[in-house]
Design a protein around this ligand. Structure first.
Ligand SMILES: [Zn+2]
Length: 307
């Protein structure tokens, strides 16, 4: 089974316009294209029904995707999107209702919101959401005690928590996203599965160290797609990661739809399921057990999908 543990539903109404302006500006610089051209392609990302995602999952052979609701409304310089946080979470829940066999949703909430824990309780109970996502770049640390009642809710409902770690584009401050702040959470909630998104991003070593010294921390591979542009380096990095933390801690993810124009879902999945012979010839090898675990076996256990 192939499970993508890190995806989003996006449009102008659920993620405020300044984010998209910043995204387009940076993307244009990175790929050396005119800004207007990149902006014109933005609507290709927009789908809050799940239709586009499921179509792309079908093409790639992905069985299930975890949708992570985003709450950036309190972030300085961004502002609230058109939709309220209740509605955004409901949009995610509705997509799951439309595709119950294919989609799973995590509630997204900023713990500084009024009655955040009560809202989370509602999202988990009434909307049937199966995890919690904190995007700390909005301006809080994951070990802030305001987060703790929400971690308690995750324990009560036996669902995992996914924390953004690593860099984020402007206007966010990514000091909040350093994995070290998650270490205290992992210590205080040893029974709570905690996924560090992007394997810590620019703080890779820190994320690996935390994973290695705890029993409840996992790492997702979303946003590793650009590494594929240099395939041997990608496979070497993946091998090093598996040798560092063991394959049971590593989860396939994409951060869909943000990188689909660079490396689509089909190509990203094939990077793991159809490893080119030249990689093996270089002495970089992966077992079937490792690939099966990364691609879905590990996530199925954390998500309680294994009967
Ligand atoms: Zn993401």
């Amino acid at each position: 089974m192939i499970i993508d543990v890190h995806t989003h539903l996006c449009d102008y109404d659920s993620v405020a316009k300044p984010f998209w302006d910043g995204w387009a500006e940076l993307a244009a610089l990175r790929v050396n294209r005119p800004l207007e051209k990149v902006q014109r392609r933005l609507p290709e990302f927009w789908d809050i029904s799940g239709d586009m995602m499921v179509k792309d999952m079908d093409a790639a052979g992905i069985d299930k995707s975890v949708l992570l609701a985003i709450d950036w409304g309190l972030a300085r310089g961004l502002g609230e999107p058109k939709l309220s946080i209740e509605v955004i979470n409901k949009v995610y829940a509705d997509a799951v209702e439309k595709y119950p066999q294919r989609l799973i949703a995590f509630a997204g909430i900023d713990p500084r919101r009024n009655k955040a824990a009560e809202l989370v309780d509602r999202f988990l109970k009434e909307y049937g959401m199966k995890g919690i996502k904190f995007h700390t770049a909005a301006g809080f640390y994951p070990n802030d005690k305001a987060c703790y009642p929400i971690y308690e809710k995750a324990l009560e409902y036996e669902v995992p928590v996914l924390l953004h770690t690593g860099e984020v584009l402007k206007p966010f401050h990514f000091k909040y996203c350093q994995p070290i702040y998650a270490q205290e959470v992992a210590m205080d909630f040893p029974d709570l599965p905690i996924i560090l998104a992007h394997t810590g991003g620019c703080w890779y070593s820190e994320a690996v160290a935390i994973c290695n010294n705890t029993t409840n921390v996992y790492l997702d591979l979303s946003v590793w797609q650009p590494r594929l542009l240099r395939p041997l380096e990608f496979y070497r990095a993946l091998r090093t990661l598996l040798d560092s933390v063991s394959w049971q801690r590593v989860l396939f993810g994409s951060d869909y739809p943000f990188l689909k124009l660079l490396i689509n879902q089909e190509r990203w999945v094939k990077a793991f399921t159809e490893i080119p012979d030249v990689v093996k010839e270089q002495g970089i090898e992966f077992t079937d057990e490792e690939i099966a675990g990364i691609m879905g076996g590990n996530a199925a256990k954390i998500l309680g999908l294994t009967g």
